[in-house]
Design a protein around this ligand. Structure first.
Ligand SMILES: [Fe+2]
Length: 393
């Protein structure tokens, strides 16, 4: 019998057109033309231009005689200031299409650039407000396998005054097209492969246990967990392994399709809560505390947590359901160990006296908390952070 009542109605939304596969990038000229683009603003970061990865985008544009300009001032984990600057850039010129190239930071900045070109005021004015309709076409090209931003309606920026990241949500933040070419991810160094890959896996796991999951998001979430469990270690160990890069590109895409509709849960709320202390990459922030989140959630949905453990390769078949559900946390911790990632907050410079404040900051992401399968209380969060601080599962 289905876990979902047959009387329940589910909706699923995503990017209008998705082009996936090795060589997908060569379609960029045709994509721009089909959207009516005459002058393109490319939003990216300095590393992408420095290592020449941007050439994979600009060469096909030149071949198609499409004028473009590259704005490569996106910073890792960008603040609203970066978004305001990119919007200023597009407002200065006569650009009529935006292409975002890079990891989540560049893709989110490209979303803001296209969406707020003709909007009143600043991007930060729209925190928790209705975001205007985007009238500039937008194409997104990921160079990491993690963010899922290319298929989601979310853009995340840090607000420096509050030392906190805010997620903007709107249908305007879906691009018109996403071009996902696994070959664009091959140059990622191992630490970026690990950080972004763990983010993708966290998206899939959290979408699968989200209270807003559906039979449609489950398909993508399950497949993404399976793919990341199978390929992330190999992509980290050998970045030239094209099969592993292909598998992770697919994992990231499927995870994006899942969490873009089901949302993420306590794992991301906690990741945002402690990020300001050490400013680690987003994937690491979420992943370092995820074993403890999975442990916390284990008794709330034992069937699903057991299935996650199995998908990640844990042998739990002979165990009672209660014990097998805790296998998900153990499997995730093993993955952190294999990817040379920390699995306790002490290692990231968090202090024990920070814990009460961190527990409170979890509730700055109320939607993530509301979607979590187990009710979240401040007292429980203090206990969870104490475990995460010491690294005790
Ligand atoms: Fe994430």
């Amino acid at each position: 019998m289905s876990e979902y009542p047959i009387s329940k109605v589910h909706t699923f939304t995503s990017v209008q057109r998705l082009i996936f596969g090795i060589g997908a990038i060569n379609n960029i000229g045709e994509c721009v033309k089909s959207l009516g683009g005459k002058k393109v603003l490319i939003i990216t970061d300095r590393i992408i231009t420095k290592i020449g990865l941007i050439n994979n985008v600009i060469k096909p544009l030149e071949k198609a005689f499409i004028p473009y300009e590259v704005w490569d001032y996106v910073e890792p984990e960008p603040s609203f200031d970066v978004a305001e600057n990119s919007v200023e850039k597009i407002r200065e010129g006569d650009f009529d299409l935006v292409i975002g190239v890079g990891g989540g930071s560049s893709l989110d900045t490209a979303k803001a650039t296209a969406t707020f070109k003709n909007a009143d005021g600043k991007v930060r004015d729209y925190i928790k407000k209705i975001i205007p309709k985007r009238d500039v076409p937008l194409i997104l090209i990921p160079t990491t396998a993690g963010t899922g931003s290319e298929v989601s309606n979310v853009a995340v920026f840090g607000l420096l005054d509050e030392d906190f990241k805010y997620a903007l949500f709107s249908p305007s933040l879906y691009p018109d097209m996403a071009l996902i070419d696994p070959m664009m991810t091959v140059t990622m160094p191992p630490n970026v492969t690990a950080n972004t890959g763990l983010d993708a896996l966290s998206h899939a796991i959290e979408a699968y246990i989200s209270l807003e999951s559906s039979p449609i998001t489950d398909i993508f979430a399950i497949e993404a967990i399976k793919l990341a469990g199978r390929y992330l270690r190999e992509a980290y160990a050998n970045g030239d392994n094209i099969e592993a890069r292909y598998g992770m590109a697919k994992a990231s895409l499927f995870a994006g399709l899942a969490f873009g509709n089901a949302g993420t849960t306590l794992g991301h709320a906690i990741g945002y809560a402690h990020a300001h202390i050490h400013h680690s990459p987003h994937g690491k922030c979420v992943a370092v505390t995820l074993p403890y989140v999975l442990e916390y959630n284990a008794i709330a949905n034992m069937e699903r947590l057991t299935y996650i453990a199995k998908l990640l390769g844990e042998c739990v078949d002979e165990l009672p359901l209660r014990d097998s559900a805790f296998g998900a946390a153990i499997a995730f911790k093993k993955l952190l160990d294999d990817l040379d990632m920390p699995s306790n907050l002490k290692a990231l410079g968090v202090k024990r006296e920070d814990i009460p404040n961190l527990a409170e900051r979890v509730f700055k992401s109320p939607k993530h908390v509301a979607r979590n399968p187990r009710k979240v209380t401040k007292e429980d969060m203090i206990k969870l952070f104490e475990k995460a601080y010491e690294g005790i599962l």
